[in-house]
Design a protein around this ligand. Structure first.
Ligand SMILES: [Zn+2]
Ligand SMILES: [Zn+2]
Length: 163
């Protein structure tokens, strides 16, 4: 995601509007797959003041994933604001979030970091999802089954067999 910041570098205080859409494939995060419904939107602006670039805006997008407890489809929305400053004059520019090459500022790293840092670690269809029965597989949010879900310690099971 490259932005031509040439015009604002020459024009102190002027603002470059950011309004980009970027396609993103399915993301695998902690065993869950997030599929975005459409492109991610990045909106905001960049201002150059005394060689310092001030970036502010937001990344947004809607995704589908599955409940990590019962496996039902879950829809979610990502809306992450950002507010960053970059020294546009540093020659040995090196950062995971930005890459500066002449008048071109690449913010792909920043967008990636914002998206990855804000996906839910445990997506749930509802806050109190009870999950599936480990014996019969029924949805415990909708049904009550009579399965014995007690988990026996296998070491104790061996002792029981001996007696
Ligand atoms: Zn669930
Ligand atoms: Zn059951």
């Amino acid at each position: 995601m490259k932005l031509n910041i040439g015009p604002i570098l020459k024009n102190e205080g002027s603002i470059l509007n950011i309004d980009i859409e970027t396609e993103t494939g399915p993301l695998e995060y902690l065993g869950n797959t997030f599929v975005f419904d459409g492109p991610l939107k990045v909106t905001g602006g960049i201002r150059s003041i005394g060689g310092i670039l001030e970036l502010s805006g937001a990344v947004s997008g809607s995704y589908s994933t599955t409940c990590c407890s019962c496996g039902k489809a879950v829809k979610g929305r990502l809306e992450v604001p950002f507010d960053e400053t970059v020294n546009g004059e540093t020659e040995d520019f090196d950062s995971e979030c930005f890459a500066l090459n002449g008048p071109t500022l690449d913010i792909s790293g920043l967008i990636n970091a914002l998206v990855w840092g804000n996906l839910p670690m445990r997506p749930l269809c509802r806050e109190d999802c009870k999950g599936l029965c480990s014996v019969c597989g029924c949805d415990l949010n909708e049904k009550v089954c009579n399965c014995d879900r007690t988990v026996y310690d296998p070491r104790l099971a061996i002792l029981r067999e001996r007696h």
